[in-house]
Design a protein around this ligand. Structure first.
Ligand code: AMP
Ligand code: MG
Length: 408
């Protein structure tokens, strides 16, 4: 049986990024950029005030205060029309362009408008002993210059990049599109969550859970409904699922009499890359590739137990979806941490036990949560990580250092 690391290598070796497409920036959140983006403007486009205040000649305040004539008011969006000479000031709102002649801005908090004599000019008393040229001014092109490359291929587009793309005038970009992920839970015992399960039945948690997990990774989920343990029905639904970039099945991959999934996949010409991985929970995991009209479709047969399904999704399916999306990271974030409490492990496979990371006196500690195995989703709710206990019967003392995979 192959190890988790080897299985992940084999999955990633078959997951090639999808070709980039022109995408509206408004729809590009979470996608990976596939081009170099340059700015078509200087930012800021002019010398601008970074505060509400008065544009002045700094030398006027050499004595610590000055009474100046207010010659104009410039709100954001307007442009100054008058030159500021010594003895004068222009009232500016944040972001307004600096008028010619002025070389500093005194903030409004340090200004006092003086009573205006009838028909007289408006005057203001400004205070500030340290007013230097350039104060409260952001010079044209300080943050970026026209023609400058601001983002490159491979960059993940978060909210900040969406804002930056808009700042440099882009409404469309070349980006790697979302992949489609079809989800097909299988099993005669499955009933919809609205039903109360009768004897022998169980609610279908995996379907909605895996659709949600796919959406969470930025893929476009495709709901194939539920497949009965019947070769003809499975064949029909799997064929439908192969229209997607990734097909995720759950159940039917172990050694039971109704575990038909590997057989049906083989009949449909899906190439098996591996079946079974040395881990707990998740040993029966099946992975293969189908070539459909020249495109490699990734097919995962996840074990039916919900925790096994979700753990396999995090360890293998999620990294594959991220790779299709053009992201370079290799699987879940890994770290090591000291065990917070003594733990007895038994088993001939490494166990990925749901756990919580918490700060301790010597860095992060990991605490296994109470968990009753691969059917116990409630245990997993408390976890934000998986702690890996190596194969073998052994007592791990508090303080021993173990590998930890972070869940998202
Ligand atoms: P299987 O891998 O098909 O042998 O299923 C293993 C266990 O997982 C059985 O107890 C199933 O009832 C359960 N199971 C399978 N599919 C689902 C599902 N979609 N939701 C919840 N439990 C499931
Ligand atoms: Mg089954």
């Amino acid at each position: 049986m192959i190890t988790v690391e080897e299985a992940l290598d084999r999955v990633l070796a078959r997951a090639r990024p999808r070709p980039a497409e022109i995408t509206p920036v408004a729809d590009a959140l979470g996608l990976v950029l596939a081009e170099e983006v340059t700015s078509d403007v200087d930012s800021p486009p002019h010398d601008k005030s970074v505060v509400d205040g008065y544009a002045v000649v700094a030398a006027d305040l050499a004595g610590g205060e000055a009474r100046l004539e207010v010659i104009e008011e410039v709100v954001a969006g307007a442009v100054p029309t008058r030159h500021v000479a010594p003895g004068q000031a222009t009232r500016l709102m944040t972001g307004a362009p600096l008028p010619p002649g002025a070389d500093a801005v005194v903030m409004v908090e340090n200004a006092q408008v003086l009573p205006r004599p009838d028909g007289g000019v408006e005057r203001v008393l400004l205070r500030g002993s340290q007013v230097r040229p350039g104060q409260n001014i952001m010079r044209r092109g300080t943050s970026l210059r026209r023609g400058q490359a601001v983002l490159g291929p491979g960059h993940l587009l978060r909210a900040v990049e969406i804002g930056l793309l808009c700042e440099v005038g882009r409404v469309e970009v070349q980006a790697v599109p979302r992949s489609t992920v079809a989800v097909l839970p299988t099993g005669n015992e499955l009933v919809p969550p609205v039903d109360l399960p009768a004897a022998g039945q169980i609610r279908n948690s995996n379907g909605p859970m895996l659709l949600a997990a796919a959406r969470r990774v930025g893929a476009e989920p495709v709901d194939l409904g539920v497949g009965r343990d019947d070769p003809d029905e499975l064949r029909r639904l799997i064929q439908q699922g192969l229209a997607a970039d990734v097909l995720v099945l759950s159940g039917g991959v172990s050694a039971g009499v109704l575990d038909l999934v590997p057989r049906v996949l083989a009949e449909l010409g899906v190439e098996q890359v591996f079946h079974k991985v040395r881990l707990k929970p998740g040993k029966p995991l099946w992975f293969g590739v189908a070539n459909v009209e020249g495109f490699d479709k990734l097919v995962f047969g996840l074990p039916g137990n919900p925790v096994s399904s979700l753990v396999c999704f995090e360890l293998f399916v999620r990294p594959a979806i991220e790779r299709l999306a053009g992201r370079q990271k290799r699987g879940p974030k890994r770290t090591t941490a000291r065990l917070a409490t003594r733990h007895v492990h038994r088993g001939e496979r490494p166990t990925y036990h749901p756990a919580r990371l918490k700060p301790g006196p010597d860095g992060d500690e990991v605490e296994p949560v109470a968990w009753h195995g691969s059917a116990d989703l409630l245990g997993l709710v408390e976890a934000d990580a998986l702690v890996c206990f190596p194969a073998g019967d052994r007592t791990h003392e508090a303080g021993s250092r173990l590998d930890v995979y972070l869940l998202e």
